[in-house]
Design a binder for this molecule. Structure first.
Ligand code: CUK
Ligand code: CUA
Length: 764
């Protein structure tokens, strides 16, 4: 069946494109014909075969990419590079109702600062929760450089659950990197500022401006960051950059680079050389080596001050307790990546040709022996760079970030200026291969490449510029993610994926088999808390509560109607809708949009979501479902009637004008009986198999059973009216009976198809 469909589509497309081409000719082309017509080489065909995913196929890895200034995240499959989802994080996302239902508005509100709601975010670094240094596929985190904030996303439903704002920093960059067992999410400041959102003049820069790093405590069971159990380290105003957590032997430590240890402040408008000159003047900046385990103990011992109610360990305490050590690192460093075995830390240098490999053991030896080269102006001990080095490897111009391979000692580093990826051996210190990318790569991502067990296979280059790679779409170009095959000795470029979202910065990829997202919510779930919504109702118990000044609707949605369908209110009323999607069938999402309001919900199966209209203005507000959910989707509609002041309430709908007869009823009734025969046939097939071994089918059967119960209910009503010769109501309820049957039949057929495709066995 699949084959004939594909062939048919190809034919339709071929006919559609058929200008100047003999009809049907393209569909009959051989592989060689296509290669010739499209000017494809054997290499191209090989790349296509490595990435092409046939219809219905699945990807091996799932990538989560930052969406830059969109404030969102992007989810795509590897190797197909097919985009699967955008996740609303720091900004509203209408498709998901994110920022439009009351539940998600609460989440976005957590991200407001001083009462101001932000409608952009600058996401940079996603990170997946880890257990013993490997991705566990449960939680996702991402930072917002601009405001600064960290968000928590559940990988059960790919929805944002929480946003925390940083109480002490004005700006950040080094988030959201997790420690090895997701004890903490780290967030490091970038532009120094007085801690706690305060003012100080720039001539107080050295004394009052500060950098720092926050350790956000993550409660895995609750899926929440706990601000009350989190703390920050006050750091010198060195413009801290990216951070990564130690692993194995370096577990409990973290490595944070910086790029303006000069503490330079620009001012080009008053004749001073700009930031870029002053911040890159010295030959080295500082890698901050942080003993976060010890810092945690110091925090738990109460040795901190509070700024805006948040615990901050001061520089003096840090120096006294020995929590942070500094090591000079190469000119204008960027990136800080710990090798999978936890023995080495690789740092790039934007203005250096080397990747610097620090040896954790050598760092420890100096700390133990208290062998310091000196102290910085804030009393932090400085280690000798040469004594901390494993090696420095000349990779090319502008090495930035490093990711790792499944093969031991193999690393990949992005070369921004050269527009290349370098493959190299960090144990031996030698370059193995280079590949050109297009253009100016920033981050790069290998599969699970920052864990203790990288998976190899693929690398994605996250490029800053696309320039000439795609069809032109105006001066603002798409971003370019390039897929590279790293399974052999030589890297091979496979695919260019345009990304029409903000600058992607970083991405992480996880084996698809480690993710276990749900397909439906437990009935009546508030998806933003994963708890039972107090507003959920069962079918049959929908109701409208009226109190002076307030109308509260507790309703349900199912193919293809809202219950209730007509809601009346008085001008000035606060109107609150609570909808529960009672469907159990996969992908049967309904929407709820109210014309001329900002109400737009996405109701996935089982979800309960709410929308509030404050002080409604008099008028007629049609509402409707926004997802094409069934053949009668357009009929899934209703009215919110808001009476202008002074008008009285009428509950009666006008006569429809339609009058049905006994003949109409009998015809519909017979139709229902015939449909039941079809349904019984499908049910007979399903129950003759081992369908209970297939959870998706079990869920579909539950859903179909629900529908058949509704059908029975409608039939009883129809027959009741028929006995009273009320053919109008009898006919309408008979029709509704049929509507439920149609849904049951649809679900039954899905179940049957699934069983056929998954090799179900006959058991009776
Ligand atoms: S950063 Cu290094 S290239 Cu991680 Cu924000 Cu963009
Ligand atoms: Cu529900 Cu369309």
């Amino acid at each position: 069946m699949r084959r004939s469909f594909t062939k048919g589509s190809a034919l339709i497309i071929a006919l559609g494109l058929g200008l100047g081409v003999a009809g049907g000719a393209l569909a009959d082309e051989s592989l060689q014909d296509v290669m010739k017509r499209r000017n494809l080489s054997d290499q191209d065909m090989l790349a296509a075969a490595k990435t092409f995913t046939p219809t219905g196929g699945r990807d091996e890895f799932i990538a989560f990419s930052s969406g830059g200034q969109s404030g969102q995240m992007m989810v795509y499959g590897i190797p197909s590079m097919r985009i699967l989802k955008f996740i609303g994080v720091f900004t509203p996302e209408p498709w998901q109702g994110y920022g439009f239902d009351d539940e998600s508005k609460k989440v976005l509100k957590e991200g407001a600062l001083n009462g101001e709601d932000f409608t952009y975010g600058d996401t940079h670094h996603p990170n997946i929760s880890k257990t013993n240094g490997d991705y566990d596929g449960e939680w996702l985190f991402i930072n917002d450089k601009a405001h600064p904030r960290i968000a928590v996303i559940s990988l059960k439903d790919f929805e944002t659950r929480q946003i925390v704002t940083n109480p002490v920093f004005q700006n950040e960059h080094g988030g959201a990197f997790v420690t090895n067992n997701t004890e903490y999410v780290m967030e490091a400041a970038q532009l120094p500022a007085p801690l706690g959102h305060k003012y100080a003049p720039l001539d107080k820069f050295n004394d009052e401006y500060r950098g720092g790093i926050t350790y956000w405590k993550f409660n895995r069971e609750k899926g929440k960051i706990e601000p009350e159990n989190s703390f920050s380290l006050e750091l010198p105003p060195y413009s801290q950059d990216l951070v990564s957590a130690g692993k194995g032997p370096s577990e409990g430590w973290a490595f944070l680079n910086s790029f303006c240890a000069e503490r330079y402040v620009g001012g080009i408008e008053s004749g001073r050389p700009p930031f870029e000159a002053g911040c890159s003047a010295n030959d080295s900046d500082f890698l901050h080596v942080i003993d976060w385990k010890k810092a945690e103990a110091v925090y738990k011992a109460g040795k901190f001050t509070k700024i805006n109610g948040h615990a901050v360990i001061t520089l003096k305490t840090i120096a006294d307790e020995g929590l942070v050590y500094l090591i000079p690192e190469a000119k204008s460093p960027h990136g800080s990546d710990v090798t999978p075995d936890g023995k080495f830390i690789v740092v790039g240098g934007k203005l250096d040709t080397h990747a610097t490999v620090f040896d954790f053991q050598k760092i420890q030896d100096q700390i133990k022996a208290k062998k310091f080269a000196g102290k910085d102006p804030y009393g932090l001990p400085i280690l000798n760079m040469q004594d901390s080095l494993h090696t420095q490897v000349a990779l090319g111009l502008g090495p930035l970030h490093t990711q790792f391979d499944s093969k031991p000692c193999i690393a990949y580093t992005s070369l921004y200026v050269d527009s290349q990826v370098a493959k190299w051996d960090y144990c031996e210190g030698k370059v193995l291969d280079k590949i050109s990318i297009h253009y100016n790569i920033g981050h790069l991502m290998t599969m699970e490449g920052d864990t203790v067990h990288p998976k190899g296979h693929y690398l994605v280059a996250l490029n800053k510029l696309a320039i000439d790679r795609f069809n032109p779409v105006g001066p603002l170009h798409p971003q370019n993610h390039q897929l590279i095959d790293i399974s052999g000795d030589k890297m091979k470029l496979l695919y260019d994926m345009p990304v029409p979202l903000g600058e992607p910065h970083w991405a992480v990829a996880i084996a698809a088999s480690t993710l276990h997202p749900t397909v439906r919510y437990k009935y009546g779930t508030d998806s933003r808390t994963e708890e039972a919504s107090p507003y959920a109702v069962r079918p049959g118990s929908e109701h409208i509560d009226r109190t002076p000044g307030k109308v509260e609707v507790f309703g349900t949605v199912i193919r293809s109607h809202f219950t209730p369908e007509i809601v009346e209110a008085q001008e000035g009323d606060k109107i609150i809708f609570h909808w529960t999607n009672t469907e159990r069938a996969e992908d049967e999402t309904h929407g709820f949009a109210v014309s001329d309001t900002n109400v737009n919900l996405s109701l996935e199966p089982g979800k309960t979501a709410s929308a509030t209209i404050d002080a409604a203005k008099g008028g007629v507000y049609p509402y409707y479902c926004t997802e094409f959910c069934s053949a009668l989707h357009l009929e899934m509609e209703g009215y919110l009637l808001v009476r202008p002041k002074g008008q009285v309430m009428t509950t009666k709908a006008a006569s429809t004008g339609a009058t049905y007869t006994k003949a109409d009823y009998d015809k519909q009734y017979q139709g229902c009986l015939d449909t039941q025969v079809v349904i019984d046939g499908v049910v007979g097939y399903i129950t003759s198999t081992n369908y209970t071994d297939f959870q998706p089918v079990v869920d579909l059967v539950t859903d179909a059973t629900d529908q058949l119960n509704f059908a029975k209910d409608a039939r009883t009503k129809a027959e009741g009216y028929a006995t009273k010769n009320d053919w109008q109501n009898a006919m309408l309820w008979a029709n509704q009976w049929w509507q439920y049957q149609v849904k049951a039949a649809d679900i039954g057929l899905r179940a049957k198809t699934y069983l056929e495709q998954h090799g179900a066995k006959k058991i009776k």
